[in-house]
Design a protein around this ligand. Structure first.
Ligand code: AMP
Ligand code: GLY
Length: 424
């Protein structure tokens, strides 16, 4: 099978690594990739957001499967463009990707499908914002309706800060009122968060194993929200029945509802969940693999990946054999550029990659990296590396991941030191 992966983050490096280990994969390509991906796949300098260019590349390569990693190309219709050429694509249509692209749309699907989520108001005017903030009280949860790379959400006890984020999201001021965007204001959910992924062909839903992500920039869950600073899997503290329950109450009803609406969802359905005292609630849906959770989930998946993704892309998941998992654990630690999640500093040399890779059970997945003309690997994004390790249990995997991180040198970089330290 010839496979083309779209994207260039650590998630795509993890996908490419797993695909490169799959004996059914005869050729592996990526666009645009990064310095690490280029070591396991042939990288092509094609814009991931340009559906026609991606479809042309897939056709020229004779690809049997295109795997679209990030949300922006999905929302832009890249999977549709590939499918329109008769090439199987793993990833939802632009219509179905609205499950991630619009929080208001996701809320409406959940309401129709009876999926448990936070109560919410979709607000379009400052008056509606004030009424919603007043109705829920602190802590306030204010979400940009559109895509914001994990940074559009503010959770705060400060009413003025909540109100000002809401107005920012809506564009009030400077935009004229007829152009104001929407903002979602919702009830605060407490309890640990879980990321659960499912592979689906629009009908059959195959859940993967759960992981936990660390969204805040700083140790102790302090600082601003980020795309994710680390993750681990499995979750020793979670109820063993959790996956079955979420399949029954969240994943299957959502997939069924989207099919009923005439916009079937195929690809990866990501449920971000809060395990509250009143039960499981959906915090958000994403329409693609999570980053950095994919790094730890795929580290433990023993079933070859290409066949699974191809079955989802071709509507044949119902006859796919049960997934096989390693009994061990995996931990990933993200190394981020100076100032991330603000505007990151880029172009700094990264040293120690070979030493980091040499740690037993550990490997370095690249996110924002590029190869300079000198041949040196340099930083080229906010999240730079996702250092991943497996072990017999979380403690061993964690120790190996941090030992590996200790070999890396990148000026001004930062990482959390408490990934998987306290487990829930
Ligand atoms: P989202 O982009 O919707 O995943 O939100 C990013 C992060 O904000 C989540 O991972 C949570 O940590 C936090 N968050 C979002 N919604 C809520 C909520 N209703 N209650 C508490 N925290 C939330
Ligand atoms: N790690 C969170 C996300 O992928 O959205």
């Amino acid at each position: 099978m010839k496979v083309l992966v779209i994207g260039g983050g650590a998630r795509e490096h993890a996908l490419c690594r797993s695909l490169s280990l799959d004996p059914d994969v005869t050729a592996l390509h990526c666009a645009p990739g990064n310095a690490g991906i280029a070591e396991v796949a042939e990288a092509h300098p094609v814009d991931a957001l340009d559906g026609a260019a991606v479809a042309d590349l897939a056709a020229a390569l004779g690809a049997d499967l295109v795997v679209v990693g990030p949300e922006a190309p999905l929302v832009a219709g890249v999977a549709d463009a590939v499918r329109s050429r008769g090439i199987p694509a793993f990833g939802p249509s632009a219509e179905a990707a609205r499950l991630e692209g619009s929080k208001a749309f996701a809320k409406s699907v959940m309401a129709s499908a009876n999926v448990p989520t936070a109560r919410s108001y979709v607000c379009a005017t400052p008056e509606e914002v004030d009424a919603a903030l007043d109705a829920f009280g602190a802590p306030y949860v204010v979400k940009d309706d559109g895509l914001a790379a994990g940074k559009g959400v503010v959770v705060t006890d400060d009413l003025a800060a909540a109100r000002s984020h809401a107005l920012d999201c809506m564009g009030v001021p400077p935009m004229p009122s007829r152009q104001w965007g929407k903002v979602v204001i919702e009830e605060f959910l407490d309890g640990p968060e879980v990321s659960l992924f499912a592979v689906t062909d629009g009908e059959t839903v195959v859940p993967l194993q759960p992981a936990q992500d660390f969204k805040r920039a700083l140790d102790g869950d302090e600082g601003p929200n980020t795309g994710g600073m680390g993750a681990y899997s499995p979750l020793p503290w979670a109820d063993p029945k959790l996956v079955d329950e979420v399949l029954r109450t969240v994943l299957q009803p959502t997939v069924d509802e989207l099919r009923r609406r005439g916009t079937p969802f195929s690809g990866l359905l990501y449920a971000g969940l809060a395990i509250t005292s009143r039960g499981v609630r959906v915090i958000e849906f994403n329409a693609r693999f999570g980053d950095p959770e994919t790094q730890v989930v795929l580290a433990r998946l023993k079933t070859p990946l290409a066949g699974l993704l191809h079955a989802a892309a071709t509507g044949t998941l119902a006859s796919f054999p049960p997934l096989r998992w390693s009994d061990g654990a995996a931990v990933t630690v993200v190394v981020a550029s100076h100032n991330y999640p603000g505007t990151p500093r880029m172009g700094d040399a990264i040293e120690g990659l070979a030493e980091a890779d040499a740690v037993e059970g550990a490997y370095v997945l690249h996110a924002g990296t590029a190869r300079a003309e000198s041949g040196a690997v340099v930083s080229a994004g906010g999240r730079v590396l996702s250092v991943t390790a497996t072990g017999t249990d979380i403690a061993e995997a964690r120790g190996r991941a941090y030992e590996s991180v200790s070999h890396i040198h990148l000026d001004g970089a930062h990482h959390r030191t408490d990934i998987a330290a306290r487990l829930s």
